[in-house]
Design a protein around this ligand. Structure first.
Ligand code: UTP
Length: 293
């Protein structure tokens, strides 16, 4: 069977200011959740959907991302010699994937980051994954979105219901429900105030997009925060073709934010076979201590 979505773009050119000083000279996307960098969770999520070509948008101080996905011949040899099979499996799992890197010269916004990949995508549809949104691996969000794309053949945005007090952090849509979890988008607003939000359905970091977004991105003026916003380009695209939303009801961690990052770390550690038992004991101990404070 031919794969409809073969490429994924991972914008990673942002400044990561919410994690300063850690991100002063190191990429936010390389911050580990237990023992794996955030961006690898997104790559593995896409790989599980049959995607093998990755375009990563990088920027200043992001070289560690390229090094991480490079082959590591000497390390693999050494692990082989010392019989560390599981670790060897772990670090060679992504070897068959293809990576290309494009440098965003200035962090001018998510829309701008995406536009940098335009010349390399041609006509095919592609996935976009923001690696600081970590999706619970068993929840198959991207796979469901790809299935929906096969049916509707128009852009699909991942949506999540958020409290009204949080809509100012997201692009928010006005959508007409077509069936369970599937919406036709009628309008989009970037980071609205609660009183101006068209709904409580926020766009989260997974998209299936079509190549006609690129000419629209070329014409987008700086919007909220002075950045070239993808939401504004999607509003422009909506005048030309339908856009759909897939309402995600599984578990997402906003790991671009300190509290979301900490929650992801705790939950993933509790599921990690090497540390789960000891870590759970430690948490129970803390919980008991907190009860008495
Ligand atoms: P964020 O809104 O989380 O921005 O970007 P940020 O710069 O990474 O972090 P803060 O807000 O300063 O703490 C969402 C995604 O878009 C990418 C980021 O790397 C992240 O994956 N992005 C953002 C770019 O690639 N380029 C940009 O100019 C802005």
């Amino acid at each position: 069977m031919t794969r409809i979505i073969r490429k994924a773009i991972l914008p990673a050119g942002g400044l990561g200011t919410r994690f300063l000083p850690a991100t002063k000279a190191s990429p936010k996307e390389m911050l580990p959740i237990v023992d794996k960098p955030m961006i690898q969770y997104a790559i593995e999520e896409a790989q599980a959907c049959g995607i093998e070509e990755f375009i990563i948008i990088t920027g200043k101080h992001k070289r560690a991302i390229e090094d991480h996905f490079d082959s590591a011949f000497k390390l693999e040899e050494s692990l082989k010699k010392s019989g560390k099979k599981i670790l060897l499996e772990e670090i060679s799992r992504l070897n068959q994937l293809n990576f290309a890197y494009i440098r965003q010269r200035e962090a001018l916004g998510l829309g701008h980051a995406l536009s940098c990949a335009g010349p390399f995508v041609k006509e095919e549809p592609f996935a976009v994954l923001l690696s600081d949104d970590i999706i619970e691996p068993g929840d198959h969000l991207l796979r469901d979105m790809i299935d929906l794309y096969k049916e509707l053949t128009s852009p699909i945005l991942a949506l999540e219901k958020v409290p009204l007090s949080e809509v100012h952090k997201y692009g928010v849509v006005n959508g007409e429900k077509l069936r369970d979890n599937v919406y036709r988008i009628n309008g989009l607003v970037e980071k609205p105030s609660p009183s101006h939000a068209p709904s409580d359905m926020a766009i989260i970091g997974r998209y299936i997009l079509t190549a006609d977004i690129f000419p629209v991105l070329e014409d987008v003026e700086p919007g909220k925060g002075g950045e070239i916003q993808l939401t504004d380009a999607l509003s422009g695209l909506l005048k030309k073709r339908p856009i759909y939303g897939y309402l995600f009801t599984g578990k997402r961690y906003d790991a671009g934010d300190k509290i979301g990052y900490l929650k992801a770390t705790v939950d993933f550690a509790l599921k990690n076979p090497q540390v789960s038992v000891q870590f759970k004991e430690y948490l129970l101990d803390i919980a008991a201590r907190l009860k008495h404070t």
